[in-house]
Design a protein around this ligand. Structure first.
Ligand code: KG4
Ligand code: ZN
Length: 341
C-alpha cells in the first residue's frame, strides 16, 4: 500500500440489509459483505422496522468482522470509519451509527456520516474508474426517485423527483397486487420476461408543469383497476403481461426524463443508481437510448445497485478527502435531504 492510500470501513443499515465493506481510495472494494433480511420480512409482505433494527443488532458485529477478514485488514489499518446516517428507518440507522461511533471512539478514527442516496450515486465510481462529475444520475430506489445533476463530488442539484410513490415502491405494490410477494422488483423483472410489454396500455405518468418530476401512483391505480375489471368480467389475468406492460410504462417514463435531462444539461454522461437500476429492462432501454443519442452510459453491477456498504465507502472517501468529519454526537436523520450535512 502506498503512503497516501486511504482505507475506509463503511457500514450500512438503513433498511433491511446489514452491510459492511472495506474500500481503498474510494474506488477499490476490498470486501463487500451483505447480510439480507429479506427472508424474514417476506412473511409480512414488507419491511417491519422493529424486526429490522433487532436483526441489525444481531448481525452487525459479524458482518464487520467478515468485511475486515475478507479485506485482510484490522481496525488498526483503517484511516476512517463511515456510516449511513440517513435517510432510512430511524431504528435501523441507529444501529449502524452507534456501531460506527463506538469504533471511531475506541480506535480514535475519524468518523464520516454518509447520505444513503449519495452512496447509491457513488456506486457508479467503483466499476467506472474514469467516471467523474459532472454528470446526470437517475436514482431509482425503494424510497426515492430523483433525477440529479452531480455537479461535483458531494454536490448535487435535484432536477426532478417523484410527486408520490417511488419507482421501487410502485414495483413492490404492483407485485403484491398480482400475488408475487415481497420484494416485488426482482419478481416483476423475472416474470416480465415471459410477457408482452405492449399487451396492456397503462398510462405514462407526467406532471405538466414540471417535466423532470415523476408520478407513479396513477399507474399503480391503473393496474389495480385493470385487475378489478378482469375479475368483474370473469376474464383471466395474464400476470406476465401485466408485469411486462407495467414495467414498460415505468421504464418509458424514466428513459424519457433522463434523456431530456442529459440533453438539456449539455453533459454527455448518464448514470443510474438504486435498487430499480438493477432492473434488466430498464438497463437495456437506457443503454439503447444512450447509444442512439451518443450519451455515455454508466450503471453499477446489480449487486452494487441494491443496498450495500461498498457504495457508502465510495461516497465517504470523497467526503473524507474534502475534510468532512462528524463528531460522536452524530445522530440518525430519517428524512435527511441530499446535499445536507
Ligand atoms: O436501493 P434499494 O436496495 O433500497 C432503497 O434504498 O430503497 O432499493 C430497493 C427497491 C425495492 O423497491 C425493490 O423492489 C427494487 O428496489 N428492486 C427492483 C429490482 N431489484 C430491486 N426493481 C425492479 N427490478 C429489479 N430487478
Ligand atoms: Zn438504498
Amino acid at each position: 500500500m502506498s503512503e497516501k492510500d486511504i482505507l475506509i470501513l463503511a457500514i450500512e443499515s438503513s433498511c433491511d440489509e446489514t452491510a459492511a465493506a472495506v474500500v481503498r481510495n474510494g474506488r477499490e472494494v476490498l470486501s463487500n459483505v451483505i447480510s439480507s433480511q429479506i427472508e424474514l420480512h417476506k412473511l409480512y409482505g414488507g419491511v417491519v422496522p422493529e424486526i429490522a433494527s433487532r436483526k441489525h443488532i444481531e448481525k452487525i458485529n459479524q458482518v464487520i468482522e467478515e468485511a475486515l477478514a475478507v479485506a485482510g485488514v484490522s481496525l488498526d489499518d483503517l484511516d476512517a470509519v463511515a456510516v449511513t446516517y440517513g435517510p432510512g428507518l430511524v431504528g435501523a440507522l441507529l444501529v449502524g451509527v452507534a456501531e460506527a461511533k463506538a469504533i471511531s471512539y475506541a480506535k480514535k478514527l475519524p468518523l464520516v456520516g454518509v447520505h444513503h442516496i449519495e452512496g447509491h450515486i457513488s456506486a457508479n465510481y467503483i466499476e467506472n474508474k474514469d467516471l467523474e462529475p459532472p454528470f446526470i444520475c437517475l436514482v431509482v430506489s425503494g424510497g426515492h426517485t430523483h433525477l440529479v445533476r452531480v455537479k461535483d463530488y458531494g454536490e448535487y442539484e435535484i432536477l426532478g423527483r417523484t410527486r408520490d410513490d417511488a419507482a421501487g415502491e410502485a414495483f413492490d405494490k404492483v407485485a403484491r397486487a398480482i400475488g408475487l410477494g415481497y420484494p416485488g422488483g426482482p419478481k416483476i423483472d423475472q416474470l416480465a420476461k415471459e410477457g408482452d410489454p405492449d399487451a396492456i396500455a397503462f398510462p405514462r405518468g407526467k406532471i405538466d408543469d414540471s417535466p423532470y418530476d415523476f408520478s407513479f401512483s396513477g399507474l399503480k391505480s391503473a393496474v389495480l383497476n385493470y385487475l378489478n375489471g378482469c375479475q368483474m368480467k370473469g376474464e383471466p389475468v395474464i400476470r406476465a403481461n401485466v408485469a411486462a406492460s407495467f414495467q414498460k410504462s415505468v421504464t418509458d417514463v424514466l428513459v424519457e426524463h433522463a434523456m431530456m435531462a442529459v440533453r438539456e444539461s449539455g453533459l454527455n454522461k448518464l448514470a443510474i443508481a438504486g435498487g430499480v437500476a438493477s432492473n434488466g429492462a430498464l438497463r437495456a432501454a437506457m443503454e439503447e437510448a444512450c447509444a442512439e443519442n451518443g450519451i455515455r452510459f454508466y450503471r453499477p453491477s446489480p449487486i452494487l445497485c441494491t443496498d450495500n456498504a461498498a457504495m457508502i465507502g465510495a461516497a465517504a472517501y470523497y467526503e473524507y478527502i474534502k475534510g468532512v468529519r462528524h463528531g460522536l454526537d452524530l445522530n440518525a436523520v430519517p428524512n435527511l435531504k441530499l446535499g445536507e450535512r
